[in-house]
Design a protein around this ligand. Structure first.
Ligand code: NI
Length: 174
């Protein structure tokens, strides 16, 4: 496993549409292992492959509830097959938009079909934070970021703070 660099907005790759995986082989599993390690090291609860620059339909999630006990979940080619009409609001963040948060409204429940780490076809009904996280990560596969749901005013405020952060980061590197 290896920790990869997480792409930060603005980055054209983050807007790219990811492609389905043909087969869950060793190479795909290695990417997912790297994604998980990268996510843990950045203290995230979800990561899409495109965030480490790999345009494939792969997601890892670990909500790290229950006394921080690890419970990694792997989703290959996830597809939403049902969404509730009931909505819920969460204050979302994103490893590609570090340290900035905003409330986003999404369907409070969703049902998805996907392939698991072993390549088996699986389905899952998600509620609460998991439903939000799955939808957030699946947006990444379509090149969508949570700030896209905000009003222009709110989005501009976040983008301004982000560019300030990015500049400070660059200064540290120099
Ligand atoms: Ni994200």
């Amino acid at each position: 496993m290896a920790i990869k660099k997480i792409l930060v907005e603005p980055n054209k790759l983050l807007r790219q549409v990811s492609q389905p995986v043909a087969e869950v082989d060793k190479q795909i599993q290695k990417i997912m292992d790297d994604m998980l390690e990268t996510m843990y090291s950045a203290n995230g609860i979800g990561l899409a492959a495109i965030q480490i620059g790999v345009p494939k339909n792969l997601i890892v999630i670990d909500l790290l509830t229950k006394e921080k006990k690890k419970n990694p979940m792997f989703f290959v080619n996830p597809k939403i097959i049902k969404k509730s009409s009931k909505m819920s609001k969460y204050e979302e963040g994103c490893l590609s938009i570090p340290n900035l948060f905003a409330e986003v409204q999404r369907p409070s429940e969703c049902e998805i079909e996907y392939l698991d780490y072993e390549g088996n076809k699986t389905s899952l009904k998600a509620t609460g934070l998991l439903a939000t996280c799955i939808q957030h990560e699946m947006d990444h596969l379509k090149g969508i970021l949570f700030i896209d749901y905000l009003s222009k005013l709110k989005r501009d405020i976040i983008l301004k703070k982000l560019s300030k952060q990015n500049l400070e980061q660059k200064r540290l590197v120099i």
